[in-house]
Design a protein around this ligand. Structure first.
Ligand code: 10D
Ligand code: SF4
Length: 314
């Protein structure tokens, strides 16, 4: 079997930063440190940090007074920030800077007197965080059909922002529907969809032309990973989302010559290796990597974590 690895795939700069924040917090403060929500949507990442002493909670009332609390890469509402302050927690914010950028943009549109529409998926933590970062009402739109249901005057001053991990193609359709229906609408086009999401989607679209089966390494609750699997399916390729090699099923590969593998922005490269090992167990494989865009994005850590460890101990 031929295996072609997507390029780029796997960890984005926001995920690298978020994991590094938990690691450094553990080094500086010792265990336990508390993380609100999965730091990124991947069980292997979470289990690894848990073994090092991180404790994962869904709400801050599970965190003892004065403890170190880390917000996940997906961001939080302002009520969560205020709650952390009221509880005297030592907060480290691992919200991806590209998610924070959307919060700032949304607040600017509202300050300019516009009603804000958020294009995104209901219930996702990034969407809950973004809604809670913007004062006043934010209208959530999940599909083109929902654009038709918005109860707003056609000439109302409106703006939109989007979740960072959406399908570029679906989002374009929703934006076009908004622009067709309303006359005073501004927004970033699809640029709120982050560089990592756009690059991984473009790579999978290319890869899908070459393969019989696509495996996306990622978690079922990972929005960006699900979008990659959908692109494979929409391209007519049998596409499966797998957390690791244990989920790979031999029957997917009957009469299959070429398998594509990509990984969501929160999926560790070790899990890609683990999936390749599962394929090797079925027979010989020849692994190559597609030609693809090189990513050089890096984000700074919070200043609290930049001090050398020795200096803090003095
Ligand atoms: O579900 P998701 O794609 O938003 O998050 P995941 O943790 O899988 O990947 C990192 C993306 C983030 C934090 C949203 F920008
Ligand atoms: Fe940031 Fe994009 Fe990664 Fe989300 S997927 S953490 S927005 S770089």
């Amino acid at each position: 079997m031929r295996v072609i690895l997507a390029q780029p795939r796997g960890f984005c700069a926001g995920v690298v930063r978020a994991i590094e924040i938990v690691d450094r917090a553990l080094q500086q403060h010792g265990a336990p440190v508390y993380v609100r929500h999965e730091i990124v949507h991947n069980r292997h990442v979470v289990d690894n940090l848990r073994q090092k002493g991180a404790r994962f909670v869904e709400e801050l009332d599970e965190v003892p007074q004065g403890a170190v609390a880390i917000f996940s890469a997906h961001g939080v509402a302002q009520t969560v920030e205020r709650d952390a302050e009221a509880r005297g927690l030592d907060v480290l914010d691992a919200t991806c800077p590209l998610v924070t950028k959307v919060h700032v943009q949304g607040r600017q549109y509202v300050a300019a007197g516009r009603t804000l529409i958020l294009i995104g998926h209901a219930g996702h933590p990034e969407v809950e965080g973004t809604i809670g970062q913007i004062p006043g009402t934010v209208l959530l739109v999940q599909s083109e059909a929902e654009v038709a249901k918005l109860e707003l005057p056609v000439d109302a001053p409106l703006a939109y922002v989007t979740q960072t991990t959406l399908s570029v193609d679906d989002t374009r359709g929703i934006i076009d529907a908004l622009l067709r229906r309303f006359t005073d609408m501004v927004g970033p086009d699809t640029r709120d969809i982050c560089y990592a999401t756009q690059n991984r989607q473009a790579a999978v679209r290319e890869l899908s032309k070459e393969v019989d089966v696509l495996l996306v390494v990622g978690a079922t609750n990972s929005s960006n990973s699900n979008r990659l699997r959908e692109i494979g399916s929409e391209s007519g390729v049998a596409s499966y989302l797998v957390a690791d090699g244990s989920e790979v099923k031999p029957e997917w590969f009957a009469n299959v010559h070429t398998v594509g593998i990509t990984a969501g922005a929160s999926a560790p490269e070790e899990m890609v290796e683990n999936v390749i090992d599962a394929l090797r167990a079925l027979g010989p494989v020849d692994v190559t990597t597609m030609a693809g865009r090189e990513e050089k994005v890096e984000f700074k850590l919070p200043s609290k974590l930049m001090q050398p460890l020795a200096a803090r101990e003095v």
